[in-house]
Write a protein that binds this ligand. Structure first.
Ligand SMILES: [Zn+2]
Length: 238
């Protein structure tokens, strides 16, 4: 039996290289057996062609069934246009799943933008059909739903955009997320306060922001100090 001189894994008698790390097998006492069959296939099977558009189409076909059921029931039973809500929700679900599948390559910023837009369109529909009237619906949409979706999108988009430009380690990613989330919470309180019509004053979110920023700063300092990281590792026994 031979073992890899680099990583120590057990090697198959027919292996010329370590299957794990690629190091050439070196065992003068046991030459490589090139007569016995290898434990894996030697020919490479081509991967099936990109069928992501097909999957998106298949999901659309499957989702069209509940859409048809809702629409038919609404038309037969009558009443107000309640089917708009479930149908809108199903279309939204399809957009969330299908957009990443239909993009020619991974484009997270485009996918997140499309998702946010689809959510805003669906919420607009709900607001426009509000039972308290169009004006009340628009008040809710423009002063609460729209800003909240924009704040949530920014909280997701900013870290994704930064990580696409710069490679950060785990500590710096956590620091970035902590900062963005802190400001996101301030955005939520600001929005709710404007919607309530109360004079703008931060009452609780600044506490969250301050603690998130303190955590972000601590993580950033630790990420720049290998000595601190070593010390924490020793203390936590990791
Ligand atoms: Zn190896």
């Amino acid at each position: 039996m031979s073992y890899c001189v680099n990583c120590g894994v057990e090697l198959h008698p027919t292996a010329e290289r370590c299957a794990l790390c690629g190091t050439a097998v070196a065992n003068p006492g046991r030459p490589v057996d090139d007569v016995s069959p290898k434990p894996y296939a030697s020919d490479v099977q081509p991967l099936p062609p990109n069928n992501r558009a097909y999957i998106a189409g298949l999901i659309a076909a499957l989702l069209s069934l509940p859409v048809l059921v809702c629409l038919t029931t609404n038309l037969v039973v009558g009443g107000d246009a309640w089917s708009v809500y479930p149908i809108g929700g199903i279309v939204l679900l399809w957009v969330l799943v299908a957009v990443p599948l239909l993009l020619p390559r991974p484009l997270p910023l485009v996918a997140i933008g499309a998702d946010a837009f689809a959510i805003l369109v669906y919420l607009f529909l709900i607001a426009a059909l509000a039972s308290k009237g169009f004006d009340a619906g628009m008040h809710w949409y423009l002063e609460l739903a729209l800003p909240l979706v924009l704040v949530a999108s920014a909280v997701v988009l900013v870290p994704v955009a930064v990580l696409r430009r710069r490679k950060l380690d785990g500590l710096r990613i956590s620091s970035l997320l902590s900062t963005v989330l802190g400001f996101g919470v301030v955005g939520v309180e600001t929005t709710v306060s404007i919607f309530d019509g109360t004079p703008f004053r931060l009452s609780w979110s600044w506490i969250v922001l301050a603690s998130f920023l303190a955590m972000a700063l601590a993580l950033w300092i630790i990420s720049h100090s290998p000595r601190l990281q070593e010390e924490i590792r020793k203390r936590l026994h990791v």
